[in-house]
Design a protein around this ligand. Structure first.
Ligand code: ZN
Length: 447
């Protein structure tokens, strides 16, 4: 089909959108009509029989670390909480990470995400070994090969062990190198218009491993180029203790002091906020990416999703690092967010629809995008189509609830900007078996 032809995805089992009982029509990469009970109101050229599919917006992953696919279930790191986990892994990453392994790690994470129904992702990239100053460019090449959208979060660490931080010097870059490369990648890849495939956000790793100067100057640079800001915040009590000791304030007060409280900022985790801090964040239009799987694995705590939303904070979802998850499956993150929400707030307080909203529109809001994350006329044609044929769905009544409650984890088809990027559960024109073999081999050196 040519992109300008009008394709009717006809008669799906269900669509996560009101007024689309008989599917939707896409053309030129955009959703042009939601098809109600009386059928299409405009002409169409082609039909895709969606009668075995449940259709949701392409999932949006608002926080991740692709390189960590190389250290999943690492025998020395498992069963630790965040700081000792990081202290174990940083020297391994510092010693072993190189551009060849990094490229494979990026490819694995992207493919996993795409197959789980994710069409837009970010990667909080903060490790820059000496042989990969162009790590961001590698990510762009790999995302383009799979046809995915990416918010490139250009991260940094400029505070190592010897300065009171917990990172490995071999992964760090000096301040001037970081700022110059931020300018470079913004000029190359920051495309803020609707439908864009790459945007750039500036993303110092966390208050405990970057300098205050880095925080302040990235905020100024983001304002200058109108791009977004991202960092880890309030993930653990250890981090709060560190901020109190180092800065004599809480992580949120520190952010405010660095000029980071604005509607261009989204934060990963946001577990340990008090009521005043949540109000402050909401008042400034800050968003939070909830990372339920990682928070459970590292026992970091439970993001206060319901109170954050009530305070005016947009809540999105992220799978977080492949070594603190240890998967890159967005549908799994949706399920975990729902289960964790129910455990915290009650069975009727957080629904499958809340979790799906966080993983779609909420994450899109984190990334500052209005053109993705919803099935609506004018939105990008980014869609995830799931079958309910597996045994795990047998007997299920509500099809949208079944996706989350019965544990859907792989999409049958995924469309990005009107192009099919996954067909029959596999990325199009992509050798998964070869990638599995090469990546598995590369990861052995990290053991
Ligand atoms: Zn993270």
């Amino acid at each position: 089909m040519s992109l300008s032809q009008r394709l009717w995805l006809r008669d799906p089992i269900a669509v996560l959108a009101d007024g689309a009982e008989r599917g939707l029509v896409v053309s030129d990469g955009v959703i042009v009509e939601l098809v109600g009970r009386s059928g299409p109101q405009s002409a169409y050229d082609l039909v895709f029989d969606a009668s075995r599919h449940v259709i949701i917006p392409g999932l949006v992953n608002a926080h991740h670390h692709f390189f960590q696919t190389l250290t999943r279930a690492h025998p020395r790191a498992i069963n630790k909480k965040l700081f000792p986990w990081l202290q174990t892994l940083y020297p391994i990453w510092g010693r072993e990470l190189n551009r060849g392994a990094f490229r494979l790690a990026v490819r694995v994470a992207l493919a996993e995400l795409l197959m789980s129904g994710c069409t837009t992702t970010t990667d909080h990239l903060f490790v820059f070994p000496a042989d990969m100053p162009d790590a961001v460019d590698i990510e762009v090449e790999e995302a383009r090969a799979l046809g995915m959208r990416m918010a490139l979060t250009r991260g940094a660490i400029d505070l190592g062990f010897e300065d009171g931080g917990i990172a490995d010097r071999r992964l760090m870059q000096d301040h001037d190198t970081v700022l110059a490369d931020c300018e470079r990648v913004i000029s190359l890849y920051h495309e803020p218009q609707a439908g864009s495939f790459t945007t750039v956000a500036l993303a110092p790793c966390a208050p405990f491993n970057v300098t205050r100067r880095m925080m302040v100057e990235t905020a100024a640079l983001a304002a200058k180029h109108d791009c977004r800001l991202h960092t880890h915040l309030a993930e653990t009590e250890d981090e709060n203790d560190y901020c109190r000791q180092q800065f004599r304030c809480t992580p949120v007060e520190y952010l405010e002091d660095c000029g980071w409280l604005s509607n261009r900022t989204w934060l990963a985790h946001g577990v340990h906020f008090n009521e005043d801090e949540m109000r402050l964040l909401g008042g400034h239009g800050v968003s939070v990416c909830h990372c339920p799987t990682s928070n459970m694995l590292l026992a970091s705590g439970m993001c206060r999703t319901v109170e954050l939303e009530a305070s005016g904070v947009s809540v999105g979802l992220g799978v977080d690092g492949s070594a603190s998850n240890d998967s890159s499956n967005m549908m799994e993150a949706v399920r975990h967010a729902m289960l964790m929400g129910k455990l915290r707030y009650g069975a009727d307080a957080v629904t499958h629809l809340d979790a799906l909203r966080w993983g779609t529109r909420g994450s899109a809001e984190c990334l500052g995008r209005k053109d993705i994350g919803t099935i609506a006329e004018g939105s990008q044609a980014d869609l995830a189509l799931f079958l309910l044929d597996d045994l795990r769905f047998s007997g299920a009544g509500d099809p949208l609830a079944a996706l989350v409650l019965c544990g859907a984890h792989s999409a049958d088809r995924v469309m990005v900007a009107g192009h099919w990027r996954v067909v029959d559960g596999q990325p199009v024109d992509f050798d998964l078996a070869r990638l599995r073999s090469m990546h598995g081999e590369a990861a052995k050196t990290f053991l």
